[in-house]
Each structure stands twice: as structure tokens, then as C-alpha cells.
Design a protein around this ligand. Structure first.
Ligand SMILES: Cc1cc2nc3c(=O)[nH]c(=O)nc-3n(C[C@H](O)[C@H](O)[C@H](O)COP(=O)(O)OP(=O)(O)OC[C@H]3O[C@@H](n4cnc5c(N)ncnc54)[C@H](O)[C@@H]3O)c2cc1C
Length: 467
């Protein structure tokens, strides 16, 4: 294989994994580098946060997914630099050469310049975030179960979700169902009617990118389930247990033991780094403005795909949304383009060249509660149970691992039948670490001082939140 072109793919998410699949068994050497050893199905993170399914139901080891192909090598490590002149990436203190580079490092969350809010209101981008949200909520409910003070109990039973896009609506809908119904029999002392989920956003309505009719249906369903909607309200400050808002009626403050953040997205920092190294322009969200073939200007051998790129070469000139569908299609197209360029495939067009990239929009959907979803299928609007069935089928079809497909289906059916959640575990407490039992000093378990930051970038969004 030494004579074959070497394709390095950084990031095994939706886009990178698809590219990897498309290159498996083809006459190219592929190295997939990811800082995690698994592929994560982010659309179902809210189900991990609300204890509906567990971590391994929404994540699969990369080695099992693509590692068996003889031409694919998988390496664990975080790429921290790129040298376009030498055609090398830097990770784990190595420099690693490539002929073609596919960057698919995705995006993280942003607090719009208020990084100090991050530990107080965890985002929902990686498994650790979902675990943290679940841990905070369950710890608050456990304390409420033992609290006599009604004011304190009300506080402990309150959740604020910032951001009324699909992820925020899905999280809010699932948390209210959890608190009002799923744990009704388990927590004997809680006053379940006091459980509150407040969904906050600065925009006019929930699901602002979806059709107004679907947004109205989603809002009505959320309110019917008990979620309080606070729209047109800008978050001005977050302190422990408090969210300060500026709304149409002036300033107000919400108090809740659990605060979650689903409000802003920013491209992975590798985008800014590559922009620095190649002078590739970026948009306001830090996404690389790529050429029609996803290459970086002046570097036909470097491609940026998925959430990392802003792709404006569409019929209406509007950039493709940062969603799984575009990411997957970009991954497949770029893989085919590399094969076509290296003369490895003529199958795509029959002539050795490839038709330009065209995104096929299959629509968007959001699940708002049990048996209730809203779906926009290229102008066909579906709500309620029919929407939920479509949502469930689409997600089962889309999740890349068969074992996960089976376990998700089983857990959803179990939840439908019993209203119980199988993954309501409180994990991630260092004070419960096995080290305590084997005699480690507690001091050894205390958080260590932060090491000096290696880069002058703000904290990457997808770092685990402080416990
Ligand atoms: C909570 C949530 C819900 C969502 N719901 C939906 C939905 O319902 N429908 C939908 O279409 N989209 C949804 N999305 C968006 C969708 O998940 C993203 O658009 C998609 O994941 C983008 O794919 P990607 O391959 O670009 O990046 P990702 O899937 O994020 O993959 C990036 C990969 O790069 C790795 N990586 C990052 N930096 C480095 C580095 N420096 N070195 C090595 N590896 C690195 C990461 O570990 C990760 O594996 C949701 C997103 C979130 C967060």
C-alpha cells in the first residue's frame, strides 16, 4: 500500500466517518485521527442527559466501525497543528505526513464571550456534558426529596434550559416528562407539580429555523406538558442557581438548581488554526469558507467538511446548515472527489471526474415529548404521533451502528410500555471514586490547579465541564 496516496482524516464524527466508510477498501491509505476513540450520535445526547438511554447506546468505538478495513488505520490523539507547506499534521508530539487532508473536527458551544458561564450552565455537545446535566438534575432531586423547606425544594426542582432550538426543545420536553411522570413513583416526597422547566431564548419563537406552523405546534405541546417558555429574553448574566434576563418587560431573574446551555455553536478551533496557517477566510461562527469542492483556497489537497465549514455554493447562496445530513453528504462527496483525483475511481461519473456537490435536503425534525415530534419533510409538515414515528425511524436508520439501533429500539419500547427510564444513574462524582476505598488521601482527589493553557484560544467548547 506504500505507493497509494495517503489520506488523513481528522475527526470521526458524521462527516469524517462517512468519508472513511467511502474510502474503505479503495486504493488509498487512510489514517483516521480522533481525540476520542468513538463516534458520537449527538442528536440523541438529550436522551443520555435525561436518563432515557445510556452512553454506549449513542456512541460506538471507531475501531469497531471502520478499523477492520485493511487500508484504514485509526489513531487516538488531538491534532494541535497543521503545516500546509510540509503537508503534515501534528498530534501526540508527532508530525504526520499526508497527500490529502480531510478536516472534520465539528463544532462546540459558545457562550458569546462569557466563558465564566460555562461551568454554571453546562452545554450539551459531548457525552460528559450529558452526564453532567443528568448528574446535576438527579442530585438536585435527591436533595429535594430530603428537604422540608418548600422554597428550597421549589428551587431544587427547577431547571432552566437556555436556547430554544431543536436541542433545547428536545431537552426541555424530555426533562419535564422525566420530572412529571417518569419518576413520580420513585421520589415519594417530591411535589411533582412544583417541578418546573423554563425554556429561555432571545428569539421570538421556539425552533426559529423551522416553519412557523411547526414552531407553534411545538410551543403548544411544550406548554401543555408544563414547560414555561420565556422568549424574547436575552441572558445577561449567570450566577450559581440564577439566570438574569433582559426581556420585553425589563430585567428579571430565574432561579433554578439546574441550568443547561444549548444556545450557541462555534466551529472547532482547528478551523481558526487552519485559517491562520492558510489565510482561508472564516465566517462569524469560525467556520472555514471553503471552495465548491470543500478545499481551502490555494490548497486543493486540504478539505474542510461538516460543521467546520461554511458552504455557500448552493443554488440560493445560503450556507448549508450545521447538521448531520449535510455533514454525511459532504463526507461521501469529498471521498469520491479524492478517489477521482487520484485516478482511483471512475465509478462516480464514468469519466473520472465528479459531478459538483449538490446537497439533497431530506428535511428536519425535532422530538418535543413522548410520541410527539414536528417534522418538515421538504415542505410536508407532520406533527404529533406521525411525526414521532418518522423521527424514530429516521434516527434508527441514521445511527451508524447496528447494536446501538437494537438497544435504542428496545429501550424506547420499554419506556413506552413502562414510562420508566433505565439510565437514571448518578455518575461522575470523584468523591465516590474507588481510590477512597483503597486509602487514597482525599486531597489527592481534589481538583488539581489548571495547567498553563497550551494555546491562547478560549477554552474549547467540547472540554468536559468542571464538576
Ligand atoms: C445536542 C445536539 C443535537 C443535535 N441534533 C441534531 C439533529 O437532530 N439533526 C441533525 O441533523 N443534526 C443535529 N445536530 C448537529 C449534528 O450533530 C452536527 O451537525 C454533526 O455532528 C456535525 O458533524 P461533524 O462530522 O462535522 O462533527 P462531529 O460529529 O461533531 O465530529 C467531530 C469529531 O472530531 C473530533 N475532533 C474534534 N477536534 C479534534 C482534534 N483537534 N483532533 C482530533 N479529533 C478532533 C471529535 O472528537 C469528533 O469525533 C445536533 C448537535 C447537537 C450537539
Amino acid at each position: 500500500m506504500r505507493a497509494w496516496p495517503h489520506v488523513v482524516i481528522v475527526g470521526g464524527g458524521f462527516a469524517g466517518l462517512k468519508a472513511c466508510h467511502a474510502l474503505a477498501g479503495k486504493p488509498v491509505r487512510v489514517t483516521l485521527i480522533d481525540k476520542r476513540n468513538f463516534n458520537l450520535f449527538q442528536p440523541l445526547l438529550y436522551q443520555v442527559a435525561s436518563g432515557l438511554v445510556s452512553e454506549s447506546d449513542v456512541a460506538s468505538p471507531l475501531r469497531q466501525m471502520v478499523g477492520q478495513a485493511p487500508n484504514i488505520q485509526i489513531l487516538l490523539g488531538e491534532v494541535v497543528d497543521i503545516d500546509p507547506a510540509a503537508r503534515e499534521v501534528v498530534f501526540n508530539n508527532h508530525r504526520y505526513g499526508y497527500d490529502h487532508l480531510i478536516l472534520a473536527t465539528g463544532s462546540g458551544s459558545t457562550y458569546f464571550g462569557h466563558e465564566e458561564w460555562r461551568p454554571l450552565a453546562p452545554p450539551m455537545k459531548i457525552l460528559e456534558h450529558a452526564d453532567e446535566i443528568r448528574r446535576r438534575l438527579l442530585m438536585a432531586l435527591e436533595e429535594a426529596e430530603q428537604t422540608r423547606d418548600p422554597e428550597r425544594r421549589r428551587f431544587l426542582q427547577s431547571v432552566v434550559v437556555v436556547g430554544a432550538g431543536p436541542a433545547g426543545c428536545e431537552l426541555a420536553g424530555s426533562l419535564i416528562e422525566l420530572m412529571h411522570r417518569a419518576i413520580r413513583r420513585d421520589f415519594k416526597q417530591l411535589d411533582h407539580d412544583l417541578c418546573r422547566v423554563i425554556l429561555v431564548d432571545a428569539v421570538e419563537r421556539v425552533l426559529p429555523t423551522m416553519h412557523p406552523k411547526l414552531a407553534a405546534a411545538a410551543a403548544q405541546h411544550l406548554e401543555g406538558a408544563g414547560v414555561t417558555l420565556v422568549m424574547r429574553s436575552m441572558v445577561k448574566g449567570i450566577a450559581p442557581g440564577r439566570v438574569a434576563l433582559e426581556g420585553p418587560e425589563g430585567p428579571r431573574e430565574l432561579q433554578a438548581a439546574t441550568i443547561c446551555w444549548t444556545a450557541g455553536v462555534r466551529a472547532s478551533r482547528l478551523g481558526a488554526l487552519l485559517a491562520e496557517r492558510t489565510s482561508c477566510p472564516v465566517d462569524r461562527g469560525g467556520r472555514l469558507l471553503v471552495e465548491p469542492d470543500f478545499s481551502v483556497p490555494g490548497h486543493p489537497e486540504i478539505h474542510a467538511i461538516g460543521d467546520l465549514c461554511a458552504y455557500h455554493h448552493t443554488p440560493d447562496g445560503r450556507p448549508l446548515p450545521g447538521m448531520a445530513g449535510p455533514a454525511v453528504q459532504m463526507g461521501a462527496w469529498v471521498a469520491a472527489a479524492i478517489l477521482a483525483r487520484s485516478g482511483a475511481s471512475t465509478a462516480a461519473s464514468g469519466s473520472g471526474s465528479l459531478a459538483p456537490f449538490r446537497f439533497t435536503d431530506l428535511g428536519s425534525m425535532a422530538v418535543i415529548g413522548p410520541f410527539y415530534a414536528v417534522a418538515d419533510l421538504r415542505g410536508l409538515h407532520v406533527t404529533g404521533l406521525a411525526g414521532w414515528v418518522l423521527w424514530a425511524l429516521a434516527h434508527l436508520a441514521f445511527i451508524p451502528d447496528t447494536e446501538n439501533r437494537i438497544s435504542l429500539f428496545t429501550k424506547w419500547m420499554w419506556q413506552i410500555a413502562t414510562r420508566q427510564r433505565t439510565a437514571l444513574l448518578i455518575t461522575g462524582r470523584p468523591d465516590q471514586h474507588i481510590g477512597v476505598d483503597v486509602g487514597l488521601f482525599r486531597a489527592q482527589l481534589e481538583p488539581q490547579p489548571e495547567p498553563e493553557p497550551a494555546r491562547d484560544q478560549p477554552a474549547e467548547d467540547d472540554l468536559p465541564v468542571a464538576a
